[in-house]
Write a protein that binds this ligand. Structure first.
Ligand SMILES: Cc1cc2nc3c(=O)[nH]c(=O)nc-3n(C[C@H](O)[C@H](O)[C@H](O)COP(=O)(O)OP(=O)(O)OC[C@H]3O[C@@H](n4cnc5c(N)ncnc54)[C@H](O)[C@@H]3O)c2cc1C
Length: 373
């Protein structure tokens, strides 16, 4: 298993339960992925540890390459080695989409993933004025975390038109999370009276030495800037949440076929009949956000399917036993997939967004996106 987020842990659990020896690699020091460290520890990780010697966990271990015949290159501790497992599940997740605007490299401008570090490091004292901007399901998740930590969220700007949200959103958003937390996020936003503004984005961040204000603009149907619609907010921090781009480096490197699916964030591996999570390279599976941002519940289900099918392919489960283990996961996946696609369509990038990138926008060649991230 490459990746110890919800998808990789669930895949490992099913494969170990079927009697396979499973090695799970994650480059982070804590398993559970960037978002679900704690949840994974209390739920999936305990179950995996109970699988005893069949589950071998490798933390701080990066799979940096994948070559012919499922040969994986691993960098673990101070050691480099290569492995040739009989089956591989790629559960590498997704990374934040960056939309550069003038001033986005200023300290105080950050992204959805980095905001956690900012809050954990207490770099954002309570009461600070924060503006959240972007689109998609991460907007309420990030904003509610900020509100709960005592930030004063001056507004949430969604590039998508807000008038479409009330009709489609509640069911889809509520289905997205692991345990109903998206609904709780919306309640938090409503209770804190955070203004939610549709068809609007940050055009530039201004300040010296750190961000002090942002200039926002209205967007038309194609997300092109509407001239004369500028509005300025005084802020101490800005958090961009533009959704996620699937991390497909390894699936591309192993030669699997990919397809461009805009509502899933870009290029994703083609998986055979989707429900089986196997890429076009036999024995290599893909599960979780690496196939498009779907939320933790979906990542767990896809991971389970990949783990069971891998076990069946290797003869650890009979076809009948695999079918009966797969059935509940496949039926639970169907509505979540529908939900993901609805949300994905609502927040698919429109071409006008590129107009935010002006000739004076700094694009760092190396280093972190977001000054304080
Ligand atoms: C700010 C934020 C808030 C969110 N809130 C919610 C929410 O409220 N509800 C919800 O359902 N979802 C939420 N999500 C989304 C949720 O976190 C993901 O959908 C889910 O974690 C996907 O699981 P995954 O296992 O596919 O990937 P991830 O959890 O991203 O895990 C991927 C793992 O793979 C590892 N990895 C990647 N490449 C390699 C490599 N080459 N070698 C070794 N290890 C590697 C990474 O270190 C990482 O641990 C949120 C996401 C963010 C960023």
């Amino acid at each position: 298993m490459v990746g110890g987020g919800p998808a990789g842990l669930a895949a490992a659990l099913e494969a170990a339960r079927a009697g396979l020896t499973v090695h799970l690699y994650d480059e982070r020091p804590i398993l559970g992925g960037p978002t679900y460290g704690r949840a994974a520890e209390s739920k999936l990780l305990a179950k995996l540890e109970a699988a005893g010697s069949r589950g071998v966990l490798h933390q701080r271990a990066t799979i940096w390459g994948i070559f012919e015949q499922r040969t994986l290159a691993v960098w673990e501790g101070e050691r480099a080695e290569s492995l040739r497992p009989e089956a591989v599940v790629l559960a590498t997740g997704a990374h934040d989409r960056a939309v550069p605007v003038p001033g986005w490299t200023l300290p105080g401008v950050t992204n959805a993933e980095a905001i956690r570090s900012l809050l954990d490091a207490r770099a954002l004292p309570p009461g600070q004025r924060v503006l959240v901007a972007g689109t998609g399901p991460l907007l309420p998740a990030v904003t509610s975390r900020l509100v709960c930590e005592g930030a004063h969220v001056v507004a949430v700007l969604d590039a998508a038109p807000s008038r479409r949200m009330p009709r489609v959103s509640p069911t889809s958003w509520a289905r997205w999370p692991l345990s109903g937390d998206a609904t709780a996020d919306w309640h938090t936003l409503r209770a804190a009276r955070v203004p939610l503004v549709g068809s609007r984005a940050v055009a530039r961040a201004v300040g010296d030495p750190s961000v002090r204000k942002v200039v926002t603009v209205a967007l038309d149907e194609d997300w092109r800037l509407v001239r004369g619609s500028e509005e300025t907010f005084e802020v101490a921090a800005v958090c961009f949440a533009w959704g996620a781009v699937p991390s497909v480096q390894l699936s591309q490197m192993c030669g699997a076929e990919h397809q461009y699916v805009a509502e899933r964030g870009g290029w994703v591996p083609r998986v055979s009949a989707e429900i089986y999570m196997e890429t076009t390279v036999p024995g290599i599976f893909s599960a979780g956000d690496g196939g498009g941002l779907g939320g933790a519940a979906m990542a767990v289900l896809e991971g389970r399917v990949a783990g069971i099918v891998a076990a069946a392919r290797l003869g650890a489960l009979s076809p009948g036993a695999a079918r009966s283990r797969l059935r509940p996961h496949q039926s639970a996946l169907a509505p979540l997939r529908k939900s993901r696609d609805v949300l994905g369509r609502l927040s698919t990038m429109r071409p006008g967004l590129a107009e935010l990138i002006t000739p004076d926008t700094v694009i760092p060649v190396r280093g972190h996106y977001g000054g304080t991230g």
